[in-house]
Design a protein around this ligand. Structure first.
Ligand SMILES: *Cc1c(COP(=O)(O)O)cnc(C)c1O
Length: 339
């Protein structure tokens, strides 16, 4: 909820700290306590960098996700580029939602599989492309909650299509974990610990045999240093808080819902609300107007989003107060009023 720009305190409505955990005193204390064991891990987890907290966190993540096993990675980006090439390779096929995150594309390219995109959340297009699979394995990749639009993928229907066509579904839950309650039947699910979890790192959950395989095959696991103890301490504390205080995600979404109602926007499916303004210059003007009123909402421009869809990507947090949301509503109404 808070940010500092050029020495001035602003209320942030553009970070991914949906549960308000990044600045929670319990998180900071847990990081400090773990840091007394060392500032860095010193080596790959396969050498000497395997702090016991790695295993405690993996056990908790698998339980929270309802999947058999989990593996931590240095970041969400490292998880995607390590995991995808362990699922498919040359001669196989990847079907990606056209709005899927850059690091899913990076992992797909590294795998050597043939890559195609399907229309955003378009089950008909996906099924046609799945039906055209001739030989080799097919992997379908999607986000659970789309990072720039805040909408949800139809995961139950996607998994049903994948089962019918013999394909695998893998999801990126970077913006869903701990925030959005959503059924997710995908057998392989990755995510990040740097957004709602408020710390840093990435993970993947899935079948035990697959998780075991990653220890020797995922290059971004084997050839990189383990996470520092302070980060592990914070992650472990966050998972405890998320389990004990499950209403935090709902608070963030309730702020988004009240905001959308006040501005006549469709009801949100997550704490992410895009206000698509089209022209880049206008997105920058509105962002500057909000900053003048003490609110931080950076403009998101192509190539992060498709051409002609420059936007303010507004994100809500459990740490926001109702009065913060009221200030934002009033400021945006001014921006939107015809000059
Ligand atoms: C942020 C993000 C990632 C990368 O996670 P990091 O831990 O920041 O590397 C992956 N996928 C999506 C959809 C993201 O938004």
């Amino acid at each position: 909820g808070q940010a500092v720009r050029q020495g001035r305190a602003l209320i942030s409505f553009c970070d991914n700290d949906y549960l308000g955990l990044a600045h929670d005193p319990r998180m900071i204390a847990a990081a400090q306590a773990a840091a007394t064991e060392g500032a860095g891990a010193g080596a790959s987890r396969l050498v000497t960098g395997d702090h016991p907290l790695n295993h405690a966190i993996e056990t908790k993540l698998a339980a929270m996700k309802g999947l058999p096993a989990a593996r931590l990675f240095g970041s969400g980006y490292l998880a995607n580029i390590g995991v995808i090439p362990c699922l498919v390779g040359p001669g196989d096929r990847i079907l990606l939602d056209e709005l899927a995150h850059a690091c899913m594309h990076s992992g797909a390219k590294l795998s050597g599989a043939a890559i195609e995109t399907f229309g955003h959340n378009d089950l008909v297009d996906l099924d046609e492309k799945l039906a055209a699979t001739t030989s080799g394995q097919c992997l379908v990749l999607t986000e659970t909650v789309f990072s720039m639009d805040g909408d949800l993928a139809p995961l139950d229907a996607m998994q049903a299509l994948c089962e019918r066509r013999g394909a695998w579904l893998m999801t990126d839950d970077a913006h869903g974990f701990g925030v959005v309650q959503q059924s997710n039947p995908a057998p392989v699910q990755m995510g990040t610990l740097s957004k709602a979890v408020g710390a840093y790192g990435g993970y993947v959950c899935g079948p035990q045999s697959f998780i075991d395989l990653l220890v020797s095959r995922a290059r971004s696991f084997v050839y990189t240093t383990g996470l520092p103890p302070a980060v592990l301490g914070a992650i472990d504390q966050a998972l405890e808080i998320i389990a004990a205080e499950p209403d935090r995600g709902g608070r963030a979404i309730a702020h988004a819902a009240r905001f959308c109602q006040a501005l006549g926007l469709p009801a949100p499916q997550s704490p992410i609300v895009p206000i698509i303004v089209g022209a880049e210059t206008r997105a920058l003007e509105w962002s500057a107007e909000l900053e003048a009123r003490g609110l931080l909402v950076t403009a998101i421009r192509p190539p992060t989003v498709p051409d002609g869809t420059a936007r303010l990507r507004i994100t809500f947090s459990a740490a926001h107060k109702d009065s913060d949301v009221d200030t934002l509503i009033a400021a945006l109404k001014t921006c939107m009023a015809p000059a």
